[in-house]
Design a protein around this ligand. Sequence first.
Ligand code: IPM
Ligand code: MG
Length: 369
Amino acid sequence: MSSYNLLMLPGDGIGPEVVNEVERVIDWFNKNTDSKFEIEKDLVGGSAYDAHGAAISDAAMDLAHKSDAVIFGAVGGPKWDNVPFEVRPEAGLLRLRKELDLFANLRPAICYKALADASSLKRELVEGLDILILRELTGGVYFGEPKEITDLPDGQQKAVDTQIYTTSEVQRIARVAFELAKTRKGKVTSTEKRNVMISGVFWNKVVSEVHKNEYPDMELEHILADACAMQLVRKPKQFDLIVADNLFGDILSDEAAMLTGSMGMLPSASLGAVNETTGKRNAMYEPVHGSAPDIAGQGISNPIAEIASFAMALRYSFNLTEEAKLIEDSISAALDTGIRTPDIMQDGMKKVGTHQITDVIISEMNSRS
Ligand code: IPM
Ligand code: MG
């Protein structure tokens, strides 16, 4: 028997609802398998700000460091629109990423067969789509200093964000890209804006060097980030794995998410480096969607991205590949029965809520094990 510690940070908006559903899936594993998951919970985002005046407390950060994996919901909402920038809900998420050094963010965009018509693109363009956006998550313009608004002598103000990457930051994400490519189609598409940004020239150079020196057998192509955005909607299946910096990765992964039918479908894994002595790595799993305050509390949010994020935890933190697949197959089978949450609703399908779609996913898990 193996046991694991999970820290759950449900957050705001629909975060707590979708995290509740993942807890039911985790209970299922506790009851039916030899893997036991112990769950602790804490606050993040606006709810943490309301309780502690910070977007995440030091105590919750401690728990995150000690846990085997963090399961994250979503943060933010109009209630906190006017709180100071340093303590806005998103600051909690960014602190977790930075302090746990979760530099590699895996955002798979898989179009479930049953949902090919829910995409805004034609069925033939997205059916069978299976691409991975690998986003650098702890560097770039998200964290670069200076990041400030200052006063100018003439009475104006000036705002600065800073895009910074070091050699080792680009090397380590490039290595993750090539390692993942080995398990996929052996091809990496690296994207930047080398025609405008010197940091883009640098990114391109470092990725090319890692390729030439360490992974000469893999295929590497470079594409400008704007062209990549365009090709993603023109012919998405030309890509297999796209590696991007923090900002371009943020944008391209939202675009990729929509190809699959709904933002409510896309899970993600944020991984740190493997510790050489313990063999463990820091990790956090979160849906790509946000807190959707407009539908919070109505029981209609789509829990699939959250549940699929837990499947990624099974795969990447606990090496439970079969179990991960069990969840993913059960999600797919649940969709095949024709039930849909409102975000993926289509003609002829049956509209259900957050809890009911999970009921069906769990009963599919039962019938498959
Ligand atoms: C994401 C989100 C976050 C980001 C926000 C909530 C800070 O959009 O995870 O993609 O920009 O990274
Ligand atoms: Mg985003």
